[in-house]
Ligand binder design. Structure first.
Ligand SMILES: [Zn+2]
Length: 458
């Protein structure tokens, strides 16, 4: 049984007591944490010893919303300066050219980027399958690089000819979607402690899927005990679409199609009112907050403080790389903190003379990126550094120019500019070591990715 001792670090455990140790470490056995504590209280020997003096160590970040394939279409000129619906209409025809090997390459790139930003578990939402592409290609790439994955079998079935937004060329028939969903669950879904692969059912959005497919997907997911995920209340356009087509606002529509419950989480959830926040809280629906994408596409600002106050689980997501245009999860933590402050400014924080009224702190933002994300995905074995939990963590060396003069080691990595982490460990295995990816060849991957991306646009 291989053991790993991490010692002498500034450790933020994210446990229920927010325990922080200025000289702490972890003892790891067979992919799980067996001891957390002050360095002097830990065993002194192990198969491998990692002395992280001068580093801050945190639980691995959990990404709750992404579209890996979009790393192939970042900063496409025609889609740079427009809102969601126009951005989608520009990109759908390009995405229709994706080949199966593009899914593998883009997954490797997205997960490599995520790992270099401290992410150890990622949920992805793949909702188009052109030219024989399969979710299997994504799962194979994730297993090679070594991150935990919640792979969503996404879908689109409401094409333009039936009043949907996507062109008919990228939608699929509903029987084949449901059959493939069942096949994937039976082949890959592992609900056990320490699971590396889970399957999620994820019809894409109210404007690209029929009500019937929503209902059938919910039924299938509940039969197998897997989670449900979709885009919801992302923009005002979507709200208008739902009112006109379904006679409901987006959240009301979800209730109508049986899409509320503790196995459901929604990406974005920006355009919600107080009553709808209560619906999420009552039914334990989770939210994937994607601040960078919401800013990039001028979608709006999600009411994160209100969600948290109501007891709604909120995690963070980088969203698809074509609306970000990166996969840096620690940058998302920073943007979540900053965007929450912008919202406070708009709603009158500067007029408040209440000395107890606080802005979102760096530690609160990190909580969203760790414990929050784990709760949204329904995982009790990740999100904090505690005995019995998965050995997933990242470490950042604070002895660098970007952190010179920082007076708080934890806040330093949120308030400071987002940079690459020094170590990322998943399941006790190094994915990033001394700032370098160890499970994939970064140079070769970039070359392959550039070639695939160029081919898509020509
Ligand atoms: Zn998305």
């Amino acid at each position: 049984m291989p053991t790993l001792l991490v010692k002498n670090a500034h450790l933020l455990t994210m446990d229920d007591h927010h325990t922080e140790l200025s000289n702490g470490g972890l003892f790891i056995e067979n992919g799980f944490i067996s001891k957390v504590g002050a360095t002097r209280e830990l065993p002194s020997t192990a198969d491998e010893i990692l002395d992280l003096a001068g580093h801050v160590v945190l639980p691995g970040l959990v990404n709750t919303h992404h579209h890996f394939y979009q790393t192939l279409t970042r900063a496409v000129p025609a889609a740079q300066d427009t809102n969601l619906f126009n951005w989608l209409k520009t990109l759908y025809p390009i995405w229709a050219r994706i080949q199966p090997e593009d899914i593998f390459i883009s997954t490797s790139t997205a997960l490599a980027e995520l790992a270099l930003s401290g992410c150890t578990t990622a949920a992805d939402h793949l909702y188009l399958y052109p030219n024989g592409s399969k979710l299997d290609d994504e799962i194979a790439a994730a297993s090679e690089i070594g991150l935990r994955i919640h792979a969503s079998r996404g879908s689109m079935s409401l094409g333009e000819s039936k009043g949907g937004l996507p062109p008919d060329s990228v939608v699929n028939d509903e029987d084949s979607i449901l059959k493939d969903s069942q096949r994937l669950i039976e082949k890959y879904h592992d609900p056990k402690l320490g699971s590396m692969v889970q399957i999620v059912l994820a019809p894409c959005s109210p404007f690209s899927v029929t009500s019937d497919l929503m209902k059938q997907s919910a039924k299938l997911a509940r039969e197998y005990g897997v989670h449900l995920h979709t885009h919801l209340a992302e923009t005002e356009d979507e709200e208008q679409f739902c009112l006109q087509k379904f006679g409901h606002r987006p959240v009301g529509y979800m209730q109508e199609v049986d899409w509320v419950g503790d196995n459901v989480w929604f990406a974005h959830a920006v355009w919600v009112n107080d009553e709808e926040i209560k619906v999420f809280a009552k039914h334990n629906c989770g939210v994937a907050h994607c601040p960078t994408s919401n800013m990039r596409l001028a979608s709006g600002i999600a009411p994160i403080k209100e969600y948290r106050k109501a007891g709604v689980n909120v995690g963070l997501g980088v969203d698809g790389s074509a609306s970000n245009d990166g996969s840096h999860l620690l940058a998302e933590v920073r943007n979540a903190m900053l965007l929450s402050r912008v919202k406070e400014g708009i709603t009158g924080y500067s007029l408040s003379d209440d000395p107890n009224r606080k802005l979102m702190t760096a530690r609160e933002a990190l909580h969203l990126g760790t414990r929050g994300g784990a709760a949204v995905l329904g995982r009790k074995d990740i999100g904090s550094l505690e005995a019995g939990k998965c050995a997933d963590f990242f470490a950042m060396n604070l002895n660098r120019i970007e952190f010179a003069g920082m007076h708080d080691p934890v806040s330093a990595i949120v308030f400071g500019q987002p940079i690459r982490v020094d170590y990322t460990v998943v399941n006790g295995r190094f994915i990033v070591k001394e700032g370098q990816l160890v499970t994939v060849d970064e140079h070769k991957l970039v070359e392959k990715h550039k070639k695939a991306a160029k081919r898509l646009l020509t």
